[in-house]
Ligand binder design. Structure first.
Ligand code: CA
Ligand code: CA
Length: 391
């Protein structure tokens, strides 16, 4: 049990007593379950085969890659033809929330070729004047309803907007306490991903981060798009590969080549950056998957529109009564047993912080929960779009 799970959780934020002798002194970190490659496994995982299928094709009908046509796709998007695929993983070494695998049928859709970039998000902000959650004042009256009655109001100096940043202490004692490398940073927002003093100058082609779910939704609406369901995201991320552990095959680094931006070295302080990047990378720095999509795996986690439950796959499989689950959109509400009072959405794909030593979340079936109202330094998004009627 992670100690802070019993702490006070408000507004996507957990207030944790720093000292049992002085419970009034708080630090602030985002609730966990966070996407931070954390609670699910502390040991190196040996991931074996997963199942997937080709777009537009029923399982096992072919083994050759089919790259969907981008004809008629909006600029910056790819057309993913509808089809049937196997979602989730049966691998006994995969995280429990990834199973069981089950059959899903999806309609065709378009998906962004890359994660939404700083330059794209800036265009949205310039046109609309939108302010992200991390840039708005924190309203104590609003969050008071989410905490136990009688909870004292934290000091105004604490109740400030911000985001979660990766900032490991020099000597991490163990991998059980994420507060050793995650910190709530007042002033962290999409223009200052690592807090005040950081910026995105010259990083227009990097993925935008420190984006809460509603920020991503607002962008998608402005762009005439929407956020992908978990099933759409996973289908697209598989890139047409069948029966492979990773989006590109069965080896994490085939012939020693890095095909995604993740974490090499000793987590969390010994990042060797063998893949070329310590933090996020410009989009399109690594080869695209079979559908021509970049960074579906790694770089930054990506929001999906599904509410999070650890047993989503089991519920969907049951609901489908052994048959096909058609265009699943996730549960009606969120439930994370480790953190039941905070609504969370599913995020997918892993990030530059996913380590082989720690969580192995750089796989299509990997899934994590993230508090809907919080941004993180390694969490962004991409959009999808429905086809016009008749297409
Ligand atoms: Ca890296
Ligand atoms: Ca990504």
């Amino acid at each position: 049990m992670i100690p802070y799970l019993a702490s006070i959780k408000i507004f996507g934020i957990t207030f944790i007593s720093m000292s049992m002798k002085n419970p009034i002194v708080y630090i602030v970190i985002v609730l966990f379950s966070l996407s931070s490659c954390n609670t699910q496994s502390k040991q190196k995982m040996e991931i074996g085969k997963e199942t997937g299928t080709l777009a537009g094709i029923t399982d096992n009908s072919m083994k050759n890659l089919v790259v969907p046509s981008s004809r008629n796709a909006p600029e910056g998007m790819v057309h993913i033809p509808g089809g049937i695929f196997t979602m989730g993983s049966q691998d006994p070494n995969a995280h429990q929330t990834e199973g069981p695998a089950y059959s899903v049928q999806l309609s065709s859709f378009y998906i962004d070729v890359t994660e939404v970039t700083n330059a794209e998000f800036e265009k949205f902000v310039k046109e609309t004047g939108y302010k992200t959650v991390a840039e708005r004042p924190v309203d104590w009256e609003e969050i008071k309803s989410q905490v136990p009655p009688g909870t004292p109001k934290p000091a105004d100096s604490v109740l400030q907007p911000g985001g979660l940043i990766f900032d490991p202490i020099p000597n991490v004692a163990n991998l059980n306490d994420i507060s050793q490398w995650w910190a709530w940073k007042i002033g962290a927002d999409w223009r200052h991903p690592h807090g005040p003093g950081s910026d995105i100058k010259g990083k227009g082609n990097y993925p935008v981060v420190q984006i809460a779910f509603e920020d991503a939704e607002a962008y998608a609406k402005w762009a005439g798009k929407r956020l992908p369901t978990e099933a759409e995201w996973e289908y697209a991320s598989r890139g047409g590969q069948v029966n492979h552990a990773f989006a590109w095959g069965d080896e994490l680094t085939p012939q020693g080549k890095y095909l995604a931006n993740f974490f090499q070295g000793t987590f969390p302080t010994g990042n060797s950056s063998a893949d070329g990047f310590i933090g996020s990378a410009p989009v399109e720095s690594y080869p695209p998957n079979g559908y021509g999509l970049y960074d579906m795996i790694g770089n930054v986690w990506e929001w999906t529109s599904d509410w999070y439950r650890p047993d989503s796959n089991a519920r969907n499989k049951l609901a489908a009564n052994g048959g096909l689950c058609i265009n699943p959109t996730g549960p009606k509400q969120s439930y994370d047993p480790n953190d039941p009072n905070v609504p969370k959405r599913v995020i997918k794909g892993g990030s530059f912080l996913c380590s082989e030593q720690y969580c192995s979340n750089y796989r299509p079936s990997a899934r994590m929960a993230s508090a809907y109202d919080s941004g993180q330094e390694h969490l962004g998004f991409r959009c999808v779009k429905d086809l016009d009627v008749g297409q």
